[in-house]
Design a protein around this ligand. Sequence first.
Ligand code: IPE
Ligand code: IPE
Ligand code: MG
Length: 248
Amino acid sequence: MPRHVAIIMDGNGRWAARRRRPRAIGHRAGARAVNTCIDFCLDQGIEALTLFAFSSENWGRPEEEVGALMKLFIAALDREVEELHRRGVRVRFIGERSRFSADIRARMQAAEALTAGNGRLSLNIAASYGGRQDIAAAARSLAEDVAAGRLQPAQIDEAVLGTRVALADLPAPDLFIRTGGDYRISNFLLWQLAYTELWFTETLWPELDTAVLHEALRAYAGRERRFGLTGEQVAGRARPDLQGSATP
Ligand code: IPE
Ligand code: IPE
Ligand code: MG
């Protein structure tokens, strides 16, 4: 069973196009699939779920679509956060928060504050997130420490950099899922996915159901994770990467 699942929720636009509806309708349907996914993780006892909701590059979409997504974002936060809190979900956001409007930032902050003490499921929403931006921000923060004399360049290694990227306090994702039939990472968690098992499905995000998620878990259960070692080595020892995304 994976401890941490990371998902690219893709295919909303094509789902709508097939129905000859505007893309925003696809995003609205996609919001329902988010609930299916969270329910599934709670049922399965998965500890962490990271969802790619909006990429740094998605800001470049038509203004009308970005506007519709922001409205949906606000509505979803207003509708779901209390219930998530009641169910023991800790909600956090990763990404460049400063790019959002003040009302969205305030809701993000409130959701995080309300749910900070919860431990049943850690739900991380990647919004205005880019993997390259994440690594660049980590590098900048290290450079600031060096400039201030708090850190020597020679002390910088993957473990140190790994403490500055998003989700540093969680184990690295065990399973990555992308819906929508494209086989790419699209600037999601570049650093954190180094040894994650990747699974892709043609299913469009709004059509997500528990059968698809069970299929992903079955595929994951059948994988042998070797982390660069030999099959014989990993058969004889515990997983080497349980200490977080900093550790290979
Ligand atoms: C994913 O669905 C949601 C976001 C990127 C916000 P898309 O909107 O990318 O849907 P497709 O890929 O065009 O079908
Ligand atoms: C990735 O999907 C981002 C999200 C699902 C939020 P995109 O639809 O933006 O990715 P590309 O453009 O197909 O690579
Ligand atoms: Mg897409």
